[in-house]
Ligand binder design. Sequence first.
Ligand code: HEC
Ligand code: HEC
Ligand code: HEC
Length: 447
Amino acid sequence: MRLLRLLLIAVVAVGAIGLGVLAWFVTGSRPMAFAGGKTVSLAAYKGPSPTGVPADFPSTDPVARGQYLARAADCQACHTAKGGTPFAGGLAFNLPFGSIWSPNITPDKETGIGAWTDAQFLRALREGAGPKAHLYPAMPYAAYAYMTDADALSIRAYLASLPAVHNQRPRLTFAFPFNQRWLMAIWGRLFNPAQHFQPNPDRSPQWNRGAYLAEAMAHCGDCHTPRNLTQALDNRRKYAGAVAAGWKAYNITGHRLYGVGAWTDAELTQYLSTGHAAGRGSAAGPMAEAVDLSLRYLTPSDIQALVVYLRSIPPVSTPDQPPPSLRPAPAAAKQGLAADYEPKGKRIFEGACVSCHSWSGQGALNEWATLTGGRAVNDPSATNVAQIVISGANRRTPDGLTFMPAFGHAYADDEIAAVANYVTARFGAKPSKVTAKDVAALRKAAS
Ligand code: HEC
Ligand code: HEC
Ligand code: HEC
């Protein structure tokens, strides 16, 4: 009897702790709860509407306005296969328990969303509930939940104006129990309040516009905010850095050392609108995509609003992610050390990299290729160094093309590890110790 009672107490205690942890996760997942201050409904808000296209948007054409919003929300990045037709789907998302491919959202009636009603579209976009099945949060519906009906339907009108493309995505390969879509209904209940954006009357109109853009549209947090065990965002550490598609999305809180608190407004503006800020580095990988497909199309007033919002994010310290070193070119002694540390890496750098990056790392080719000062070479995990060696860069920027070849096929995993370790030892604060096995995992995580 006594054993039974003890057992019962233990079960209740474990249950209570479990519920407590879950409640902690749930409250932590609400993005705006941590942006400070009170909020009011859009209808009750007295200021200029933070939603829709900005006042300085030049066109009144509904399709052009829908395109602006679709770009701000960056639907294209995920719904386009590598080299595929925009919005026709087929991009792989590789997770430890299998892969999922993005669906076709062109107006094709059979394989796209041409036959969907507006109501079905709204539910899928904001609640993650498709007409037939629940969606995985690889689709950022917890962010889009903040979108107004008008903006969501404006995006739909733009999508409906595109040519219909017949393209069926591959079947999902998740292992049991992850292949059980109904579990996503529970996840959605817990982590997606399905509440639309609520402005904060104590903040400026610019801040509110920035908050709407960052949270309801550009979903910065989906890449930059760490996640809890259930894959929901941990907004208690909002924008403190996370891993996105195998790349490090760094700490962009207001922390002066670990975040972007020491960047000037001009640097943030330049980085967000062009993917490069002098002395701060260039956007590569998923951030290059976010800039090239989305942020570069935003009007100057919208970029300004994003910067104002970003500045208000409370600083979070992340000592495991060392700050970028602001040292200029490394000392000669260090260069000798780097060669001793990784002789194979030095040979590869000499043969394949130095022509564009120069021995000083200051960008022989152009400013975009400057290696020193940026985060990638100062991150002792060398994650983004290895990733850019694998996938290269091919960006159409306002200043023309920036190009770095993809070496993923040319080099074996141990060679990529060697050159990554050489680059961090030579140009960064601390040499990395990436292994061939790490590189294999990074290849798998990238889509
Ligand atoms: C971060 C990547 C990502 C972004 C950004 C994204 N999606 Fe998705 N979307 C997905 C994935 C992955 C799925 C498939 C989810 C599943 O099958 O469970 C999906 C599913 C959908 C579906 C359901 C389609 C179907 O056939 O079931 C629609 C509709 C959709 N997305 C529209 C949009 C729109 C509109 C935008 C921009 C406002 C957008 N998505 C942005 C990744 C993304
Ligand atoms: C699809 C994922 C993704 C999204 C969405 C995204 N980022 Fe990033 N971001 C990254 C990655 C990855 C990097 C690192 C890029 C590199 O190493 O070149 C990065 C880098 C940055 C940096 C440079 C930080 C540094 O210290 O070098 C800033 C600033 C930034 N992002 C801001 C934003 C803002 C603001 C948004 C939303 C408007 C946003 N990002 C949306 C993935 C993303
Ligand atoms: C044809 C010229 C070229 C060659 C060759 C080249 N790169 Fe690059 N690299 C660039 C350019 C341009 C950029 C900036 C890309 C951008 O806009 O994001 C860059 C960026 C980088 C970055 C910064 C990534 C980040 O996340 O910020 C690293 C690290 C790098 N290259 C390493 C290498 C290594 C190692 C090699 C040799 C294996 C190499 N590169 C070969 C042109 C080149």
